[in-house]
Design a protein around this ligand. Sequence first.
Ligand SMILES: Cc1ncc(C[n+]2csc(CCOP(=O)(O)OP(=O)(O)O)c2C)c(N)n1
Ligand SMILES: [Mg+2]
Length: 695
Amino acid sequence: MSASKTPTLEWDDTDKLAVDVIRGLAMDAVESAGNGHPGTAMSLAPAAYLLYQRVLRHDPTDPHWIGRDRFVLSCGHSSLTLYIQLFLSGYGLTIEDLKLLRQWGSLTPAHPEHGHTIGVETTTGPLGQGIATAVGMAMAQRYERGLYDPDAAPGKSVFDHTIWCFASDGDIEEGISSEASSLAGHQQLDNLVLVYDDNHISIEGDTKVALSEDVAARYEAYGWHTIHVSDVNDVQAVYDAFVAARDQRSKPTLIVVRSIIGYPAPDKQNTGAAHGAALGAEEVAKTKVIMGFDPAVSFYCPDEVLAHTRRVVDRGQALKAEWQKDFDAWASSHPKAASELKRISQQRLPEGWADKLPDFAGESELATRKASGAVINAIAPTMPELWGGSADLAESNNTEIKGADSFLPEAHGGSPYGRILHFGIREHAMGAIMNGIALHGATRVFGGTFLTFSDYMRGAVRLAAIMKLPVTYVWTHDSIGLGEDGPTHQPVEHLASLRAIPGLDVVRPADATETAVAWRTIIEHNDRPAGLILSRQNLPVIDRSTHGSADGVAKGAYTLKDASSGIPKVILIATGSEVAIALAARDLLEEEGTPTRVVSMPCREWFEAQEASYQQEVLLPEVKARVSIEAAVALGWRDFIGDHGECLSLEHFGASAPYKILYEQYGFTPERAVAAAHSSLSKVGATSGSGPTGN
Ligand SMILES: Cc1ncc(C[n+]2csc(CCOP(=O)(O)OP(=O)(O)O)c2C)c(N)n1
Ligand SMILES: [Mg+2]
């Protein structure tokens, strides 16, 4: 794009004043909180203002407009960069909200929180996540266009828009951004613009202590278009760069913008001190004088500035009205697609989708990962909103939708609108990309890797839980049951550590039938992430004519096999592959005359959401002899087994050997479960102490 084609920026004194007003508000908000991050909100003011006022396609009166551009502030610490634009644009934030920065219950928490403040597209704060989330949004935009309007010319579809992301040195340094940016280049995401605030300062001061590569050269090597702007205060140059980046067709664009953190504060600009602390009354006063403001006035925002900036509402409404005409025309010429879009947007599932779930009754044994693959393939034809893939383990994770195209530019041998995601070996980016996809629209995405590598995704999983995003992790190879690959690949602590994340459903089905119900339940939830924990090895398919219905999975735990007569004396609680061991142990216990109940507990979170009466029906409070069986650390199981219970668990790493040997060696056998039951029964007999609580 040549500079001559770029429209001249209209920029008057009120715009100039508005940028200084932003700087003043940023300083004052942090000063009033006593802490916060003023520096970058001050230095990035011209870029943020230009974007929101002149370039971003948005209508502040309709923040959920599907045709809007998305803005991601990856450097979430600089939340004022966003909050002040939301205030000036008219999203509902007020000066009073800015005065309550970082305060209890305010709309202006320290870091932007999606679902809390209108206009915040994603929660950011953990550096690097925002860039990868933006990549996910850009991928979702292309997929959604492919679903509904694949034949439109580039830039001409109502589903076309741009994903904008502002990022700081920390975002650029974090590995997740490299993973995601590499993939974005490979995917040729021309709808993505990353603005890198190259201010050479992070918390420890000059970034020369930790960063020396040529970032733009790195991005060029990834396949990005790059643009340099030598001074963020050169608004025409910033504007030209924005327009050129937006109009770039074929690659994502990185705009490297040089800025001076804390500008124009006389003493603290260009120092780490401007990053994350109040500038102090004296410095604030001096800065206001430099800007021509009265140093005695705080939160200065003259009416003329607000009247000027709120005109962006007119601009946005006009853009939207224009778009609406096109959308209506599209809808009338694509009635089927339009009704499907409506369904998906309302997060409704297609009629009869669950009838498509496979019935595994005829199978004798099957790995739950394979059952999961069968489920995905059974429901995929009725659910176009379902897509996903793996971090290079599709065959192992059984995530492939058979017959579907790979989501890839044609140059790389796929279809730009394909349904199979290839994340490459980039688990952390995969997690954040899934978040971006879920945030962008109502499609349902899944992503697979080995459970042990969920650690590599954890930062993104945690954000999915915070944002309540309905993404599904397909985590296979779930225990020592994976066998020969050994301790690096055998999860031991992962179940406990994932269960520790509030709002994440950790679901470990016992057999193929439970896997189908687990998928059904996950799909029926649209307000939280879930991890499916699946076995590599075959597991017996439980005969449901003689055992409890797998529908109990939806309640998190259920009686799979009750005592043959009367009230059980002992309850065995197991998950996943260890349920079969519990069933075999029950047979032994029953043979010796101990009435035994087996409870399958695939999802604690779902069980904990049940009424106390149901919980007590399953875990009879009067039965204090209990054994938990799970080939992982015992952490968390005491909540269910109580003072008299025993845990059959694994408190050390595994080893490289065939899995049956490992189960023997580490004591995951029916005989050991029986011994544990005896031990628990004797504790109950020996004491009259308190039993388990809460169930
Ligand atoms: C993953 C992660 N690690 C550490 C932090 C803590 N932290 C917040 S900002 C920051 C670095 C600030 O430097 P930069 O990213 O250049 O932002 P600037 O000061 O230029 O605004 C750090 C280490 C974080 N928010 N996220
Ligand atoms: Mg910096």
